[in-house]
Write a protein that binds this ligand. Sequence first.
Ligand code: SF4
Ligand code: SF4
Length: 474
Amino acid sequence: MSETIPLINLPEPDAEPVPTVHYVPAYDGKKVYTRRAQGVFQRLRHYVSLPLLLAFFLLPWLSIDGRPAVYFDMGELKFYVLWGIFWPQDSILLAAILIMAAFSLLALTVWVGRVWCGFSCPQTLWTLMFIWIEDKCEGDRNQRIKLDKAPWSRQKLLKKFNKHSLWLLLSIFTAITFVAYFYNIHTLLDDILSLNVSVGGLVWIALFALMTYLNAGWLREQVCKHMCPYSRFQSAMYDDNTLLVAYDEGRGEGRGPRKPGTNYREQNLGDCIDCNWCVQVCPADIDIRDGLQAECINCGLCIDACDSVMEKMGYEKGLIRFSSVSGEPSALKRFLQPKMLAYCVVLLTMAATFTYSVTDRIPLQVDVIRDRGAHMFRDRNGYIENVYLVKLNNMMDHADTVFLTVRGDQPYKIRGNKPIYLEAGEIFTVAIRLVLKKELLTRSNEVVFIKAQSSASPEVAAEQKTVFMGPMVK
Ligand code: SF4
Ligand code: SF4
């Protein structure tokens, strides 16, 4: 049994519904048969899920400038994302994307609760597709319950076989698509058709297919309840203005059936006819009339179900509705609160910094380190020599020859300067010797800039500041 913690006192009739919070109960092994829901929120789920699923399945097929639009080449450690090519050295950008995504999710949850879970989480989207297949193969909720209770027969076997075959097909298709983000889709398909896939590729496809089949076909809401870390800390993010799905207890109780046309108010009955539809459509298998529960993913399906019942009964819709503890109905006013605005400022700052870093990124890096073992040398021709280690990082998509030059207040030279050939993605360290005639030195240390420039694309150039040391100048 789940324990209930009331947040505040029960509301008066017609007041905003007040959420209460429950603990997640232990897994009881009960199979959930969800009823097909129809209504605004179910449609919204379809509108949101369709483009996301299309993007997932089609992106590996798209190419830009003859290369995949989104592709993580694990062999060459290159990451193609639209027009950009990133290397492991760019992992700071990946970390920034992950931090921004986590922060956006945090802000979204504070504002509108777990809508990510209810409308766009992959677990939700794949469960939606799997339930759709189940519905087509075995029928609606009542037919499925009846089928499971019925003894094994040819017809039952056929229905189960069809369902599991389609689930497996979808799981394999999903796994192949997922692996195609790391293994060129055309090569992968050729390898599959010629039975030539590497063992590693096969293991990943089998693993992802199995995980999809188990998570979306069998575990479903149990993943959200017991495995997803996000559902565990969501309640810590909620505040009084967070949008939650809540049952209007003041209006709905006492619940119970009634004869059509009777004055149910005189029988001390509320608007809830206790039809249980809100429970039957719930993918998390909870009864929202017991108060807000940590398992609720804000999908709104119980709202759709209850609204259709209210419509049939001729009652006002909204017995279950999106609400907040504060009761503020305006989404804009709930958004315009200091906490939300602070989140937005932080997010915008991060996004602006990230955009600047990506657009300003030069695909050639130079890092100069003075040789600390040697202060300076004096040669017999009257030159002062300093030694530096120059680390070059070619982050371009192609091999290139890079030239090193030096810039400073004096005519410095790089002794034995030669062009340096770099493979695509290569990091190469070279020792260089910088020289200057002693009589030209005006200070004991002078700032110099060492520049690396691509020969194929001269606009690709990077330089770094360092110091040229000389003897004390009187
Ligand atoms: S209680 Fe309602 S909103 Fe919450 S998960 Fe169940 S159906 Fe979705
Ligand atoms: S769907 Fe509405 S009327 Fe039916 S049990 Fe749920 S809250 Fe009551």
